[in-house]
Design a protein around this ligand. Structure first.
Ligand SMILES: Cc1cc2nc3c(=O)[nH]c(=O)nc-3n(C[C@H](O)[C@H](O)[C@H](O)COP(=O)(O)OP(=O)(O)OC[C@H]3O[C@@H](n4cnc5c(N)ncnc54)[C@H](O)[C@@H]3O)c2cc1C
Length: 513
């Protein structure tokens, strides 16, 4: 199917009162419109812009400010995907490197994992979004702050995106990165399957006047904690007695919840943030319907246990970006977009599963306490620690690309290569978000001439071990085809499939001669 607009399509400027874009005026047409400028929408916009796709973000907030407490950092695989784009240092320089992987409160050390980033990064979502917004601005993506999408109309040629101010935008594709209450998902009629909340928590940063019981407390209601943030405010986490509040949480809600658990609110006052989260666990039945796609919280919601929501959204975006770019540019058929759902739906389904298990282990009754102790004992063993550590940090993601070498469908390690031009890290080859054919055999041996303008070929030597998280050492391949998202699409060696088939499948058929 053709696309409505190419990146070279003329843009009609609209002047919209109240709307601000970074660097440009609002245009009425874009190849892709993203609704929502949270971590997922920003990452997707960056990926599309690297592929020279005309993309814009419509964001309801008037600025990038994040209200309340949300994600507290990045896991290893998220740091890796930003390293693949050459921007990991921007995050690392603002956060604190630490071992952050936890399952049901049990710390899982990943410092022996075979990755340059064998740790997590403590960094608030406000800072993560700020860095992403600056990157996207450098890439020239307009963000229409203060713009609220109210609906859309789709036909065979594109999508008309309706805004609350009565104006509209036209797009070839529309991506809903608009969070858990996604209007795009609802308007597209995509089911959001799963379970309603069974528990509700408040998380806040406040001042208190009385000395509290510091640390974690568990009871039949759930988990609660009070901790001091250096010389700064007190971080409060408290489980509420009621589930189902729909309005924004207040200081009074926090005070009542504290009294119900501790018998006092410790003189709580001066909150700098109060947020509510629940254990609602739902996933979109389909990540795509026609020209409309979903990513991030719009496609999956779950409790924040294990800190996986932002990571999953960012990695959805990195999976979708290069595929959508090729479809927009008509170098690959539209069915390539179906691999987005096929690959990413199982990843989030697994996150939903492990967060549900984690919530079940929150309680303070005797049986849950004993069960948590058993889990802790198990996770202290080598193999379970590695498996859960790899799962929660995103390092074990395996897309089902069929039988073959263990690298197939797994993340390409960031090896130190030797090339004719000197030493080179694999991730550096991915900075432009283009596919790479890495040949370790006879220089120039692999024929990919018809794809030469789409796929970068590099002849290289590597003398070390090929080590994968959990799996350990694997046989050295003679070549690998790496997708722009850093996953291996084809492996050269004794059992190799035809390279031309993999190139056609992932990067479109060869141009007609
Ligand atoms: C208390 C708490 C703690 C968390 N901790 C962690 C953690 O430690 N680690 C982790 O990985 N994740 C964590 N998360 C989850 C994480 O915050 C989310 O997964 C992440 O923000 C999802 O990003 P997103 O871009 O998909 O959606 P969002 O961040 O929700 O962004 C959606 C954007 O869309 C905009 N929008 C919505 N509707 C419209 C519309 N109609 N028109 C225009 N714009 C619209 C919104 O203004 C918003 O900016 C936590 C969440 C909570 C609540």
């Amino acid at each position: 199917m053709g696309v409505l607009l190419s990146t070279r399509a003329p843009r009609a400027a609209l002047s919209v009162p109240g709307a601000r874009a970074t660097g440009t005026r609002r245009c009425s047409r874009h190849a892709v419109v993203i609704v929502g400028g949270g971590p997922t929408g920003l990452t997707l916009a960056g990926e599309l812009a690297l592929a020279s796709v005309d993309v814009a973000i419509v964001e309801r907030r008037r600025s990038q400010d994040v209200a309340g407490l949300r994600a507290g950092g990045l896991h290893s695989r998220s740091i890796e995907v930003f390293d693949q784009r050459g921007i990991a240092d921007r995050f690392l320089s603002q956060g604190q490197v630490t071992q952050i992987v936890r399952f049901a409160g049990v710390a899982l050390d990943i410092s022996d994992f075979p990755t340059r980033h064998n740790y997590g990064l403590a960094l608030g979502q406000q800072h993560i979004e700020g860095i992403l917004a600056a990157w996207v601005a450098e890439l020239g993506v307009p963000i229409y702050y203060g713009g609220e999408v109210t609906g859309f109309v789709e036909d065979a040629t594109g999508v008309v995106v309706e805004l609350s101010d009565g104006q509209s935008l036209q797009a070839g594709y529309l991506v809903g990165c608009d969070g858990g209450r996604s209007l795009i998902r609802k308007s597209a009629g995509i089911d959001f399957l799963g379970s309603d909340p069974t528990t509700s928590n408040l998380i806040a940063e406040v001042e208190i006047t009385e000395e509290p019981h510091w640390g974690i407390r568990r009871d039949a209601l759930g988990i609660h904690s009070l901790s001091k943030l250096g010389d700064g405010p007190v971080r409060v986490l408290v489980t509420e007695q009621q589930v189902g509040a729909t309005r924004e949480p207040t200081l009074r809600d926090l005070s009542e919840a504290l009294i119900a658990v501790y018998g006092t609110d410790y003189g709580v006052h001066s909150p700098t943030s109060i947020s509510r989260f629940t254990d609602m666990t739902r996933q979109a039945a389909s990540y795509r319907k026609g020209r409309v796609l979903l990513a991030g919280d719009a496609a999956h919601v779950h409790p924040p246990d294990g800190g996986q929501g932002l990571q999953t959204g960012v990695q959805d975006a990195v999976n979708l970006g290069w595929k959508l770019a090729q479809v927009v540019k008509a170098t690959a058929p539209e069915r390539l977009l179906d691999t987005y759902h096929a690959e990413r739906h199982p990843v989030a389904a697994r996150v939903l599963r492990n967060t549900m298990a984690s919530v079940a282990l929150r309680g303070g009754d005797q049986r849950t306490t004993v069960l948590r102790d058993c889990m802790s004992e198990l996770l202290g063993m080598e193999e379970p620690r590695k498996r859960f550590g790899a799962m929660l940090s995103g390092l074990d993601i395996h897309y089902d690309l069929g039988e073959g070498h263990p690298l197939l469908g797994r993340r390409m390690p960031d090896l130190d290569l030797v090339t004719a031009a000197g030493p080179l890290r694999v991730f550096k080859l991915l900075h432009e978000a283009r596919p790479v054919l890495l040949n370790f055999g006879e220089p120039g041996a692999l024929d990919m001439a018809p794809w030469a303008d789409r796929v970068r070929r590099t002849d290289a030597k590597y003398v070390g071990r090929w080590d994968l998280p959990v799996l350990g050492a694997v046989t050295s391949p003679s070549a690998v085809l790496i997708r722009p998202d850093g996953y291996v699409a084809w492996v050269g060696g004794p059992m190799q499939a035809r390279l031309a088939d993999a190139l056609s499948l992932w990067f479109g058929p060869p141009p007609a001669t």
